[in-house]
Design a protein around this ligand. Sequence first.
Ligand code: NDP
Ligand code: 2IT
Length: 445
Amino acid sequence: MSKRIESFMKKIIEKNPGETEFHQAVREVIESIMPFLEKNPKYLEAKIPEKIVEPERVIMFRVPWMDDKAEIHVNRGYRIEMNSAIGPYKGGLRFHPTVNLGILKFLAFEQVFKNSLTTLPMGGGKGGSDFDPKGKSDNEVMRFCQSFMTELSRHIGPNTDVPAGDIGVGAREIGYLFGQYKRLRNEFTGVLTGKGINWGGSLIRPEATGYGAVYFAEEMLKTRNDSIKGKICAVSGSGNVAQYTVEKVTGLGGKAVTLSDSGGYIYDEKGINEKKLAFVKELKNVKRGRIKEYAKEFNCKYFENQRPWAVKCDVAFPSATQNEISESDATKLVKSGCICVAEGANMPTTQEGIKIFLKAKILYGPGKAANAGGVAVSGLEMSQNSERISWTREEVDSRLRNIMIAIHATCVKYGKEGKYIDYVKGANIGGFIKVADTMLDQGLV
Ligand code: NDP
Ligand code: 2IT
């Protein structure tokens, strides 16, 4: 590996101690764009790589709240405002006990490239808290969201920073957060995306990440004259992204056979059809139960504390969390005949796992390209809010599809190596150029 990469990474590690996920995300990008940077020294001279890894601003704050028994709890809240070159900071909020600065910085960093790829004018950001919504009542979640927004509200705005959902933040949480923002500011604006349909939300936003990941897989398969139709698909997670991935896979004639949560995975050989998916939506979004209950309901296998990558599949859609595909999982997938991986989650594959996919020359679509559909439709929600109008499902879905096709084309443009398309390189260079050129245009900021 080039000396320049190693000395760059050494500084990153020294300056951001212990932030292993952030180091991992930066390394992936810097390794794949360095040959391009060396051919285009203007970016190196202007120190764009050094600037792009340094958040414009990091906000960290106390979030005190009271549970139903009047006991007081204190969580930590964050917002990473990473890069605003091409538009307001944009990116989700994650509520999960594992949340820390390093994880949110990796997510904010990836978001900058992802948002650039969408073709829409959005900068990158990410935020959240180490709050665990599991086992909390609706009232507890509401009080937490109100306290979180009380501080966050002074840092965000429809033209400044526009948060949305991520792990542990869905329709319910966005509602509570929006209500509190409106109350504090006395303003009805598009300050958050993923809003309810009655109060400024966009049709297709709930579906967008999952549908987009499947559209992206379809584009990848098309390069080999193939399609999702008839494909056995392994999906991990059972939240927002996983649910709508399964819905679109089924809609396009594929067969989704797995779903998971932090307890384990279910394997339904017959396929997760529409009726079974309706059960999952009710189980996860309303009852907030465990995926294990699916196995009982539909009499299929449940594997405790395991991930679904040992199952024989043609296409894999990791849609739970970071680093859920290890080197040995990747090896299993390739050996069992998996030809395509489209990442619904952010950075679900370890660096060693990615090397296995690239070496095997399977179709590997990294998260910042494959899961960009969610934030893309968030961008469309912002446009509709600005105009105070709402588009039909068909209009939004067709824009989403065209955006995923455009992202795929960008990956091909910058990632083609002979007959093979390196989507990692394509997404990283494609995402970088627009942001870097804009940073050059805007001077030393
Ligand atoms: P949800 O909270 O709706 O669902 C998350 C799912 O992943 C749950 O099934 C959860 O299981 C599982 N999960 C979370 N953490 C872990 C873990 N440490 N180990 C095992 N399973 C875990 O989140 P989303 O579906 O919104 O997000 C899933 C992924 O997609 C994340 O990586 C997110 O960053 C990414 N993403 C989301 C977008 C969106 O629009 N929502 C857009 C782009 C990417 P359990 O309930 O047991 O915790
Ligand atoms: O990782 C992501 O792209 C998201 N969680 C969605 C962000 C958004 O602003 O819709």
